[in-house]
Design a protein around this ligand. Sequence first.
Ligand SMILES: [Zn+2]
Ligand SMILES: [Zn+2]
Length: 335
Amino acid sequence: MSSVILDQPAEEQTAAASQPKKSKKREEREQIIAKFHKEHLHWGNVDWVVLIWMAGIHIGAVAALFFISWQAIVTCLVLHWATASIGICLGYHRYLSHKSFKLRAPAEFFVLLCGVLSGEGSPLTWAATHRLHHQKSDKHGDPHSPFEGNWWSHLLWLFVYRDKELNDKFADHYIPDFKNRPMIQFFEKTYPLWLIGSGFAMYGIGYAMGGNYMGWSMLLWGLCARMAFVYNSTWFVNSATHLWGYRNYETTDQSKNLWWVAIVAYGEGWHNNHHAHPSVAPAGHRKWEIDITWWSIKALRAIGMAYDVNDRIPEKHAEPEVDPEPGKNGILVTK
Ligand SMILES: [Zn+2]
Ligand SMILES: [Zn+2]
């Protein structure tokens, strides 16, 4: 691992003085990263909560085909956009993981709530895992590189069990800038309740509209089918966009721009652009690279809810961005 690059000479001196402490920190970080390696996926170390949840959601998505109603399908589409584009792409990814812009409190609350309702994990664990992905992208230590197996990168990596203590330390290292924020802690602590509550709410609203059939229809489409679609779209960003597509920038990883993932994942398919310039809010850097999530960021800026937006589109073939520490925009340079 390279030495940390700092701008200020005074900070260089501080860094040198605290070298032994830093080494210990790095050692702990390496131990955490090791827990993401593929060899930790075996029957003795399966996260059964995640496995059973994922199986249940996918079974529910198939069952939804037997409980069709137009009201439930519309709910599914609206919540798909709200949780995937606003919650994951805008909230967990571009805001939390990369700090491409800032949000005023009401918008931050709404965006994080949408992220929580996606069922993709608590805010800190999601963002820390994603920053690790940028740090180690397509190298040993990347939590979900397709070069360790397509199915591993698509979903199997999610089934490795890691205890709460490790996840806490992981957040300390990879997302210290957000870790102690009260709103973030609120969602960390209440995360499962939102998911369970949203399931009851879906059934309850449906039941009130049209009895038992409509209750199941709303639950299966509004939660199960919607989540199954969102999961697979997000997972294609981890798998497909590191395998297929074209590149605008020469990054050290294998990230690619893939049009069909950009459609199903609301702009995140322009993944080579994103890996080259993670702190830039728009993911589409060419005219044809449509990025639906960017439209929402612009809308939030227009009403004053988003500010300090990094909308600087890099020049063609510009050198990829670098960041010496995780926590700034999610990248840690290794040489
Ligand atoms: Zn990637
Ligand atoms: Zn990213």
